[in-house]
Design a protein around this ligand. Structure first.
Ligand SMILES: [Cu+2]
Length: 305
């Protein structure tokens, strides 16, 4: 599935007053003070951090903005926020990431599945993954809001990694201090990424987001919002995730919440998520079988209103 592969193959205040939890999403609560924003802007030449690249530990919003030109041969951006574990280099991380794409770039083989499974196991040891965003079209943006503790974080251009660029573009964010506040902004819906390789949604999925995304498993997951024709069925989606070529039901305008590690949670918003029908997909390789989670059942159809 070309549209699916693209995301991988070319393919983030002390003293705030608390407000009451959002009523329809258990576990989500609201804060009355906007978190600090780190703005990440993609252009044809790569991406930059526009403004501060440091933040106090606590609730932080990373705002991804795609300002690529429509005529760019490789439009869009796909940027992941990661924190390397002690002793792990970026070179090692990139080498461990690349086999993820193997089973997605052609018919899976026993070797490509083995390599993809080993990739996921290695990545779990290499780094913590804090999400990020893949924005298919110029003009799109997405906010990923989460609690960041002190440390050095890397924003990684995943298009460079999977495009086998010699030196994938990376930018550094520094977070300092102690976490005082841990309350995330209000959300109207929750999307759980589960150990059974499923999306479990609850609440109201509104256009534009405001989704509490939680990885409640011990592996890596992402959430691709693939814009699809109204009426697209789960059965069509099931066939498409194992079929070659571009499915006829895909429409422009998708966005993706990049990889989130075990225990991670963010609030995700994107004005690019217009009202309509979307397929939620995760293409991370299963740590045992190497198959994309979507093939194993991590796919569903949702309607954003
Ligand atoms: Cu997954």
């Amino acid at each position: 599935m070309q549209a699916l592969r693209r995301s991988l193959a070319l393919a983030a205040v002390a003293g705030g007053m608390l407000v009451t939890p959002a009523p329809d999403v258990p576990g989500a609560s609201g804060v009355s003070v906007a978190p600090p924003v780190i703005q990440v802007v993609s252009a044809d030449s790569g991406f930059t951090i526009s403004g501060p690249s440091t933040a106090r530990a606590g609730v932080v919003t990373v705002r991804f903005v795609n300002r690529s030109s429509p005529t760019n041969i490789n439009p869009g951006s796909d940027i992941a926020l990661v924190k390397l574990r002690s002793g792990v280099t970026l070179t090692r991380l990139f080498a461990d990431l690349r086999p993820q794409a193997g089973p997605l770039l052609g018919p899976p083989t026993p070797a490509s599945l083995r390599a993809a499974a080993a990739s996921t196991r290695a990545l779990l040891k290499d780094a913590q993954f804090f999400g990020g965003a893949a924005l298919e079209q110029p003009g799109q943006s997405a906010d990923v809001t989460e609690v960041l503790s002190a440390g050095t974080y890397q924003l990684v251009n995943m298009n460079d990694v999977f495009g086998r660029a010699a030196r994938p573009l990376v930018r550094t964010i520094s977070v300092t201090g102690s976490v005082v506040r841990v309350e995330l902004p209000a959300a109207t819906a929750r999307i759980d990424l589960t150990a059974a390789n499923r999306f479990v949604t609850s609440g109201t999925l509104r256009a534009g987001g405001g989704y509490l995304v939680r990885n409640v498993s011990s592996t890596l997951h992402f959430v691709q919002f693939l814009h699809v024709r109204p009426g697209t069925t789960e059965a069509q989606l099931a066939r498409a995730v194992t079929a070659p070529g571009q499915p006829s039901f895909v429409l422009p305008g998708g966005v993706e919440h990049e990889v989130l590690g075990p225990g991670g949670q963010t609030v995700f918003r994107s004005p690019g998520l217009k009202p309509g029908t979307y397929a939620l997909l995760c293409l991370v390789a299963d740590a045992r079988t190497g198959m994309a989670h979507a093939v194993m059942g991590m796919r569903t159809i949702v309607v954003l209103r």
